[in-house]
Design a protein around this ligand. Structure first.
Ligand code: NAD
Length: 382
């Protein structure tokens, strides 16, 4: 009998829409998949979510199968308009299963707010001497976050940024299970007058940075090389092709951009399905990719001891509370389907899916080319 919790669902793509929906209903506590059928937004909610609302655009939600993430079976909901993304991620996740699935490490949910100080000269020590007072002033405007165990954790001062009279103060905040943009923006505005007083300068911009380099996720997988065998390619040839494709991206920013787009093919659909701010994660990922001064790939592939090993590292500022994640009925269902209750849990799955999509793209590119599979699926809708 099939394990009722497994994500290994051979032939899912051959089942009818009705059969897939029935299967999904079995995986939800209340069995209610209605929010996933019609987009989940009634007019009242629509009108509250954005300004000048008039309607909605529906995007397909599909299920990527075969995911094993930190030993956990996960059915991954993906909201995406592009064909072959879900098939590719499912295929790559099946290969990764052969090596134990994806391992993902996630750092704490540290979001950083920036306060720009203008017309100041070396205010660093004057600010850092009052560190505890500044952190307390930030915490004072987020009592709920603090009561849950989060809040301001650290202060960094970057003097003379850009020109001799600008200093930038970084306020590091543990946002727990929220993405945190609104919360840290409020904190940045709250501490700005105190920073002006201490520095003798004028506060300029007060907003988070999307270069969330204190909130990183690292996903790895290892695939037995013989599993990569294709009709016209040995497993070794395929693995060598994937390693070479990674090296090409590392050497060439034009290629790296497309390499990283393939990674976000796996990440963005999960963020969209769960009501997360995918623009924020995209901005963070691309800024992180360029942190050395040259735009580089976010993942790399190596071969050792009969295994193809992949690693993806990027900032992953996501939330399971806040934003639209708790108010959009579709997002609530998608989080429930993955059995995700923490930001870290969602980061793990999204990062694993990014690595899976990267593998799927490089696998196709290194063998028969991307068009054979992609255009077969694309033609179905033309
Ligand atoms: P939010 O404003 O909804 O705040 C989260 C709320 O959840 C807080 O009130 C917090 O106290 C509460 N909360 C309850 N349980 C919690 C828990 N376990 N952990 C953490 N908080 C908990 O949302 P946010 O996360 O501060 O901001 C996200 C939104 O900000 C997104 O909609 C994003 O699009 C938007 N935004 C983004 C940017 C940017 O990325 N540049 C800028 C501005 C706004």
């Amino acid at each position: 009998m099939t394990d009722p919790h497994t994500s290994r669902l051979p032939g899912l793509h051959r089942r009818s829409l009705a059969e897939r929906r029935a299967l999904l209903a079995q995986r939800l506590k209340d069995g209610d998949i209605r929010p996933l059928l019609n987009g989940g937004l009634d007019d009242a909610l629509l009108d509250r979510m954005v300004e000048n609302a008039v309607g909605r655009i529906a995007v397909p939600v599909g299920i990527a199968a075969n995911f094993l993430v930190n030993g956990r079976e996960v059915l991954v909901p993906m909201a995406v308009e592009e064909p072959s993304v879900i098939a590719g991620a499912s295929h790559a996740a099946r290969l990764a299963r052969e090596g134990g699935g994806f391992r993902v490490r996630v750092s704490p949910s540290f979001t950083v707010a920036q306060v720009e100080l203008r017309r100041v000269v070396h205010p660093g020590s004057r600010i850092l001497d009052q560190r505890d007072r500044i952190l307390a002033a930030a915490d004072a405007v987020q009592p709920q976050l603090v009561s849950l165990g989060g809040g301001a954790r650290d202060l960094e001062v970057r003097e003379q940024v850009g020109d001799a009279h600008r200093t930038v103060v970084h306020l590091v905040v543990d946002c727990l299970d929220a993405m945190g943009a609104n919360m840290v923006n409020t904190m940045a505005e709250a501490v700005a007058p105190l920073l002006e007083e201490l520095s003798g300068g004028r506060a300029g911009l007060r907003i988070l940075t999307n270069l969330a380099d204190r909130r990183l996720a690292v996903a790895t997988c290892a695939i037995p090389i013989d599993q990569l065998e294709r009709p016209s390619f040995t497993g070794r040839e395929v693995a060598e092709g994937i390693v070479a494709a990674g090296a090409f991206a590392a050497a060439d920013p034009w290629r790296a951009a497309t390499h990283n787009k393939g990674i976000f093919n796996g990440i963005d659909p999960i963020l969209l399905a769960t009501g997360n701010d995918w623009r924020a994660v995209e901005a963070g990922g691309h800024a992180y990719a360029a942190r050395s001064g040259t735009y580089r790939p976010l993942s790399g592939w190596t071969m050792e001891e009969g295994m193809l090993r992949g690693e993806l590292e990027l900032p992953m500022a996501v939330g399971v509370v806040g934003g639209a994640s708790r108010c959009h009925p579709c997002a609530v269902k998608c989080l429930e389907l993955m059995n995700v209750t923490t930001a870290a849990g969602l980061s793990e799955i999204a990062t694993a899916a990014g690595l899976a999509s990267n593998l799927a793209a490089l696998l196709a590119l290194s063998t028969e080319g991307i068009q054979a599979g992609h255009m077969r699926l694309h033609r179905r809708r033309l």
